[in-house]
Design a protein around this ligand. Structure first.
Ligand code: GDP
Length: 443
């Protein structure tokens, strides 16, 4: 998981501040020294770190913070706000042209994930009832065109191609014309990258930009390359002019430096992040949510959105009621396991819960396919009464259930323990959701 080291260190510093009834200027300075080191270690650009620390210090040692009733919390609030600001403040949305089609030109070095991201973006737009057209203008990397065509087939999105012998400028131009003719409201042009920035590539990209006048020029960069990603972004921006950045491979164990420095160094907002190889692994980038995630304050909003996308509305309402009234049973648990699996890797989901890093029992909360089958068998071997009131399941009942389901008593124990853990997690989740709702309503 990205940011792991940074998140752990920042959370430890914040935890120490939170516990203090009184915070002195020296405490803040000490905390900022640690934050500074943590950021540098996470490969954040050193100039960015310096400015950031100065801003936080300036605000945090002010009287209204130190003299407040909860000085520790106030300092954390300042850090959270400044981190959000560092990553761009507000979410930067994809531009939409009032004269369709909206043309999006994808640029980037080879291997950054440009073709994959083009496909992901097509899927993202289709999900919002748009009709994107993919244009295969990467005539340089062998198999890039075929890769885009395969993605297009998978996503049921048309791909415009003239093969790899044609001039990419002509492909782009004709692609846009084709989109107009066939009423596509978005065009995503996958251009050619190189292993390194070179003049031929830049000239080609400039020529395409001149010809098709894109509404967006999105640079795709690999977050795993750290400060290199930031340097690449700076070069592209100077030479070509960018409207936004897509940071890929944020699912890997990148230290996070690129995500935190790109906007500050280039002034280009991060618009999306890639969270995996699959076509649904693209998320719009929200600076405030990312800051909360890094500080261990959770990202309940993204979690809720994922849940909404994966779970059918009827079931979600039912579940919400059960969570609220704490009438969640083992049968629901089974149903839920199956639904939750549709949302993505469970570990990633848990990482979005506030304070998840500190909840020890969640560390053991892993579900694999075989275990799901076992869980199902165990639950099916219980009586109705047992499913509704698992607390009555004593030693002899455990033995009977294990025998009936072809599992062991340990398996039954493990399941009951997991169920209890999940209930605890839900309690926390439901109170967070309530808080989020209140916040939305403004009180
Ligand atoms: P291009 O040369 O820039 O077009 O790169 P590709 O789209 O072919 O991607 C290069 C590799 O990166 C492929 O193996 C992709 O599956 C992988 N990739 C792209 N985006 C992501 C991401 O967000 N996460 C992970 N883990 N892999 C990614």
């Amino acid at each position: 998981m990205a940011f792991e080291g940074l998140a752990e260190r920042l959370q430890a510093v914040m935890q120490r501040l939170r516990g203090k009834g009184k915070v002195t200027e020296a405490d803040v300075k000490e905390a900022m020294r640690e934050v500074r080191l943590a950021l540098l270690e996470a490969d954040v650009n050193f100039k960015v770190v310096k400015t950031f620390i100065n801003r936080v210090k300036e605000r945090a040692v002010g009287q209204e913070v130190l003299k407040s009733l909860t000085p520790g919390q106030q300092v954390i609030k300042v850090v959270n706000e400044e981190l959000t600001e560092l990553m761009g403040g507000e979410q930067s949305k994809l531009v939409k042209s009032n004269r369709p089609p909206t043309v999006i030109m994808m640029v980037g070095l080879q291997g950054a994930g440009k073709t994959t991201t083009s496909g992901k973006l097509a899927r993202y737009l289709s999900k919002q009832n748009h009709h994107p057209l993919l244009v295969a203008a990467d005539v340089y990397r062998p198999a890039a065109i075929r890769q885009l065509q395969v993605l297009g087939e998978q996503l049921d999105t048309p791909v415009f191609s003239l093969g790899e012998k044609e001039d990419p400028v002509k492909i782009a131009e004709q692609g846009v014309a084709y989109a107009k003719e066939h009423h596509h409201d978005y065009v995503i042009i996958d251009t050619a990258g190189r292993l390194h920035i070179d003049e031929t590539m830049m000239e080609e990209l400039k020529a395409i930009r001149e010809k098709v006048q894109p509404d967006e020029v999105l640079l795709v960069v690999d977050a795993m390359t750290g400060q290199d990603a930031v340097n690449v972004a700076e070069s592209f921006n100077k030479k070509l002019g960018l409207t936004g950045v897509v940071l890929t491979k944020l699912d890997g164990d990148t230290r996070g430096g690129a995500a935190l420095s790109v906007k500050a160094v280039t002034n280009c907002p991060i618009k999306f992040v890639g969270m995996g190889e699959k076509t649904d692994a693209l998320e719009p980038f929200f600076p405030d949510r990312m800051a909360s995630r890094i500080l261990g304050m959770g990202d309940v909003l993204t979690l809720i959105e994922k849940a909404q996308a994966a779970v059918d509305a009827e079931k979600a309402r039912d579940l919400e009621r059960k969570m609220r009234t704490q009438t969640f049973t083992l049968e629901d648990f089974l149903d839920q396991l199956q639904q939750v699996r549709k949302m993505g890797p469970l570990e990633d989901m848990l990482a979005m819960l506030p304070g998840a890093g500190q909840i020890k029992q969640l560390k053991n909360f892993k579900v694999d396919e075989k275990q799901i089958a076992r869980v199902e068998a165990i639950i099916r071997s219980m009586t109705k009464e047992e499913k509704l009131h698992p607390e009555i399941i004593n030693a002899s009942r455990r033995k009977r259930i294990a025998k009936g389901s072809g599992t062991t008593v340990q398996d039954v124990n493990r399941l009951l323990k997991q169920f209890e853990d999940m209930k605890k997690m839900m309690k926390q989740f439901s109170s967070m959701a309530k808080m989020a709702k209140k916040k939305k309503r403004g009180f």
